[in-house]
Design a protein around this ligand. Structure first.
Ligand SMILES: [Mn+2]
Length: 407
C-alpha cells in the first residue's frame, strides 16, 4: 500500500501584505500530479488545512477542489484531520458530502467516522472514537488508522479524563493508543497513525515550532509527546504541526513530519519543501521517500552592504519573497525605498542596520529603563519624538488617561 503524506497547508495564509493563494493553488496542483504519477492509494493531510477558523472563500474553494482532485474519482482515499489552526466543526461540517467522494474528515480526537461504502471499493470496516479500519480499492489488506486530530490541553484533558499534569496526559493518551492498537492492529493489516501534535523522540532536542504556533500551543504548559508513546504495532505515523520536513524517529515504526508545502515565515527561509511517500506491507517496516516540491516561492533573508549590493542581489533573485537587511550610514530615504521596491516586487521587509559610530555612542543607544514610572517614560518618549518636553496640559491629560486605565 502506498501512502502520500502532506500537512500544514495553511490555506488562506498571507505573509504580511503578500497573498500566497496563487502559490497554494500551484503547489496543490503539483501534489495532485505527484499522486497520479506515483499511483498513490491513500492520501493523508495531517492538519492545519486552513490558516484560521474563518478562512477566506478562495481558501475554502481551494481545499475542496484539491481534495476532490486527489481522490481521483473515489479511487484514492483522502483522510484529513484538524490542526490547531482549524475549527474542528468547520473541518467536519461537509463530511456527508465529502465521504461520497472518498474524503474523510476528522475534527476531534473522539470523532467517530460513520460506516459507508463507495462504488469504487472504499469501505469503512470498523470505526470507533479516534479509530477507523478501511478497505482500500485494489488491495485485500485492511488499513487501520489511529486518528488524533489536534485538541488543546483543556479539550484533551476532558476527552481523556485527565485531571493533573502533563505526565498524566501523556500516559493516558499512550494507553488510549495502546488499547486501540491491541484491539485492531495485528500483522494481517497495515497500521498507521495520523496526528497533529508536538512529538519528539525522548532525549532529542526540542525543535522550534512554527512562528505563529507558540501562543496557541503553550497555553498552560507545553504539550510534548514522545515517540515511545506510539504503540509498536504502528508502522507509520503521519504528523502535522512542525513546518520542516523531518524524521522524528525510525527506530521502531517510522514517525515523520511531512512539513508544509510552502515556506510560511522567514524562520523557514531557504527550506526545501516535500511530500512523503510511504510503502507499507503487513508486518514489515515501512519504507519512506521524500519528493521535492518546486512550486512555491523561496523565502530569502539577505544582508546587503549598501544600496548597490542590495539592488544587484534583488535583480538576481526575482521569483522570491525577501527580508532585506541593509547596512547603511543613515536611515533609508523615501527615494531609496522606492528604488528597492522598483527593483523587486516581493520585498516583505526592509531592515536598515545603521552604522554610525558617532551617533551610536550618543542618545540613540540609550537603554530604556522600564522600572521608571509611566509618566517619566512618556516624557522621554515625547522628547525623543518631538524634541521638546510635553507641556503641563498634555501631562494632565496623560495622567487622566492613566487613572482611567487603572480603574
Ligand atoms: Mn499546527
Amino acid at each position: 500500500m502506498r501512502i502520500l503524506h502532506t500537512s500544514d497547508w495553511h490555506l488562506g495564509k498571507r505573509l504580511d501584505d503578500f497573498q500566497r493563494i496563487e502559490e497554494q493553488i500551484s503547489v496543490l496542483k503539483e501534489i495532485c500530479e505527484i499522486s497520479e504519477r506515483e499511483h498513490i492509494d491513500v492520501i493523508v493531510v495531517s492538519g492545519d488545512l486552513f490558516d484560521t477558523y474563518n478562512p477566506p472563500v478562495e481558501a475554502i474553494d481551494l481545499l475542496y477542489r484539491a481534495l476532490k482532485k486527489l481522490t481521483d474519482n473515489g479511487r484514492c482515499a483522502v483522510i484529513a484531520i484538524a490542526g490547531n489552526h482549524d475549527s474542528p466543526d468547520r473541518i467536519e461540517s461537509p463530511d456527508p458530502l465529502a465521504r461520497e467522494c472518498g474524503i474523510i474528515f476528522a475534527g476531534y480526537p473522539n470523532s467517530v467516522i460513520p460506516h459507508f461504502e463507495l462504488e469504487s471499493g472504499i469501505k469503512v470496516l470498523n470505526s470507533e472514537e479516534g479509530f477507523m479500519e478501511l478497505k482500500i480499492p485494489g488491495t485485500n489488506v485492511p488499513l487501520r488508522i489511529i486518528l488524533t486530530p489536534y485538541a488543546n490541553e483543556y479539550r484533551l484533558k476532558v476527552f481523556l479524563g485527565a485531571e493533573n499534569n502533563e505526565e498524566e496526559l501523556r500516559t493516558l493518551l499512550h494507553q488510549r493508543w495502546q488499547n486501540l492498537s491491541d484491539k485492531y492492529c495485528d500483522e494481517k493489516g497495515i497500521n498507521i497513525m495520523i496526528s497533529h501534535l508536538f512529538v519528539i523522540k525522548k532525549g532529542d532536542a526540542v525543535p522550534e515550532e512554527p512562528d505563529d504556533e507558540k501562543p496557541v500551543l503553550h497555553v498552560g504548559g507545553s504539550q510534548v509527546f514522545y515517540t515511545e508513546d506510539i504503540p509498536s504495532q504502528i508502522q507509520y505515523t503521519a504528523l502535522g504541526h512542525l513546518h520542516r520536513m523531518h524524521c522524528v524517529d525510525n527506530s521502531r515504526g517510522n514517525v515523520w513530519y511531512s512539513g508544509s508545502p510552502l515556506s510560511y515565515s522567514f524562520a523557514e527561509a531557504n527550506q526545501q519543501k516535500y511530500v512523503l511517500i510511504t510503502d507499507i506491507e503487513p508486518g514489515q517496516k515501512s519504507v519512506v521517500r521524500k519528493i521535492e516540491l518546486t512550486q512555491g516561492k523561496k523565502l530569502l533573508r539577505k544582508r546587503a552592504e549598501g544600496m548597490e549590493e542590495a539592488l544587484q542581489w534583488l535583480g538576481e533573485n526575482q521569483n522570491s519573497l525577501i527580508e532585506l537587511t541593509i547596512v547603511t550610514k543613515t536611515f533609508l530615504t523615501a527615494k531609496q525605498r522606492n528604488q528597492l521596491n522598483n527593483a523587486h516586487s516581493g520585498i516583505v521587509a526592509v531592515i536598515p542596520e545603521i552604522i554610525n559610530p558617532e551617533e551610536q555612542s550618543g542618545e540613540s543607544q540609550k537603554q530604556i529603563d522600564l522600572s521608571r514610572s509611566m509618566k517619566e517614560l512618556f516624557c522621554d518618549y515625547f522628547k525623543s519624538v518631538k524634541g521638546q518636553e510635553p507641556n503641563s496640559e498634555l501631562m494632565d491629560l496623560f495622567s487622566e488617561l492613566l487613572s482611567e486605565e487603572e480603574k
